[in-house]
Design a protein around this ligand. Structure first.
Ligand code: C5P
Length: 400
């Protein structure tokens, strides 16, 4: 299939035997209609001559951070701004480590520091170097920061080893570039999500909370991001890393979550209330640790604001999805919550068993909206989140 790719791409090449695959990738990109500028590290020039890339791209190849001539053609900041996407292929273990640390001792690294849009890297190295904990940790940190990690593949390596570490083939990288540019169903939409539990202080050392792990809300944030949305995730205390490309705002109490959410409602197209917000907080938080006495202890509680109802109560509310965690009469309670909280959709899940709900990795959801319902059968939370975002996006498009 002939693909047209009217995009501006910076192709970064680092030092590794797979550098020859970058020449093939460049040829495919040019054939697809992309405009490409090539930046090579000094080590890459040891493997393939810059002239090869110059001939294929029809443009001067950028190799030197202090190259006066290249600087006058387009300086490195300008080059970073020019690109719709930067693809580093192959990305060596050394380059990945330096990128993670924020080094800028070659032109390609300075570009990575200056690039505000997406950067994709295609790792290529010996399987032992790839498996090394340092490399794995570097890749994890980069992924958390939003870098797209493409590959590697398993197979025979130039050194004779067999294992994970081969760079993806040029066709596979081109396919991923294309997928990256395909507009998702929520492209350009701003999605606000609450996730996790809230923590209500009793005194400086104790609090009231619940078993919410945040896994569902985080999976939804990731799925919404993958569908092209700008995602803001207001999260209670959880043990999860923010999904790549998602803006996270960390809060503790329901009141803090309320304040954070209300600050974003005006600029949100869609609101997903996935947090397990504590219904009550301690009326009078003690400034000092409460001492144990033999007497019975009574805590006086006061209601927390209902965040989702406050959101649907504003003048022009965003499209709102709420959650209902129930142990019985699932559909009936959920339908009641849909209308009482003026939601556009509600995702009901049964809690209190070992497979679904709080803390589990899987979920089963009954999705309800005015005039419709759909069951999302038992699956992993990322898969359920993907399906849910897909249906939500269709419903949002229908009524907007
Ligand atoms: O009333 P209930 O707590 O069962 O409603 C659950 C839904 O309401 C969820 O979407 C939850 O995130 C939201 N909620 C909220 N603020 C509260 C309580 C619940 O946003 N204080």
């Amino acid at each position: 299939m002939q693909i047209t790719l009217k995009k501006k791409i910076v192709l970064g090449v680092t030092g590794g035997i797979a550098a020859y695959k970058a020449a093939e990738l460049l040829r495919l990109l040019i054939k697809a209609g992309a405009e490409v500028r090539v930046v090579m590290t000094p080590a890459a020039c040891e493997f393939v001559q810059p002239l090869t890339f110059q001939a294929l791209s029809g443009h001067r190849v950028y190799t030197d951070i202090f190259d006066g001539e290249a600087e006058s053609a387009m300086d490195h900041i300008e080059l970073a701004r020019w690109a719709d996407l930067m693809v580093v292929a192959p990305a060596s273990a050394d380059f990945i480590a330096k990128m993670r640390q924020g080094y800028g001792d070659n032109l390609l690294l300075t570009l990575c520091l200056a690039e505000k849009k997406s950067i994709a890297i295609a790792p290529a190295m010996n399987q032992q170097m790839y498996a090394n904990l340092a490399t794995q940790e570097n890749l994890k940190v980069l992924a958390e920061r939003g870098t797209l990690i493409w590959g590697p593949n398993a197979g025979e390596q130039a050194c004779g080893d067999v294992g994970l570490g081969r760079m993806l083939e040029a066709e596979a990288v081109l396919r991923l570039i294309n997928i990256h540019f395909q507009p998702g169903k929520l492209t350009g939409k701003r999605v606000l999500i609450t996730a996790g539990p809230t923590r209500e202080s009793i005194d400086p050392v104790r609090y009231i909370s619940n078993h919410s792990s945040g896994k569902m809300g985080y999976a939804l944030a990731q799925a919404a991001r993958q569908a092209g949305a700008d995602v803001t995730l207001v999260s209670g205390p959880v043990n999860l890393a923010a999904p790549p490309g998602v803006q996270r705002i960390s809060v503790e109490s329901a009141v803090e979550m309320f304040d954070a959410v209300m600050g974003y409602v005006d600029v949100s197209d869609i609101f997903i209330a996935c947090a397990a917000v504590a219904d009550y907080r301690v009326a009078q938080q003690s400034q000092q640790k409460i001492k144990k006495t033999s007497d019975q202890m009574v805590l006086s509680l006061t209601p927390n604001p209902d965040i989702v109802s406050a959101v649907t109560g504003v003048d022009e509310p965003p499209f709102t999805l709420g959650f209902a965690a129930e142990t019985e009469n699932l559909e009936q309670y959920a339908a009641d919550k849909l209308s009482r909280k003026k939601l556009d959709m509600i995702a009901a899940n049964r809690v209190g068993n070992s497979e679904t709900g709080f803390g589990t990795d899987s979920n089963e959801i009954l999705l309800l909206w005015a005039g419709g319902k759909q069951l999302l059968p038992l699956a992993g939370k990322p898969e359920i989140a993907r399906q849910l975002i897909d249906i939500l996006a269709d419903r949002y498009a229908e009524i907007n």
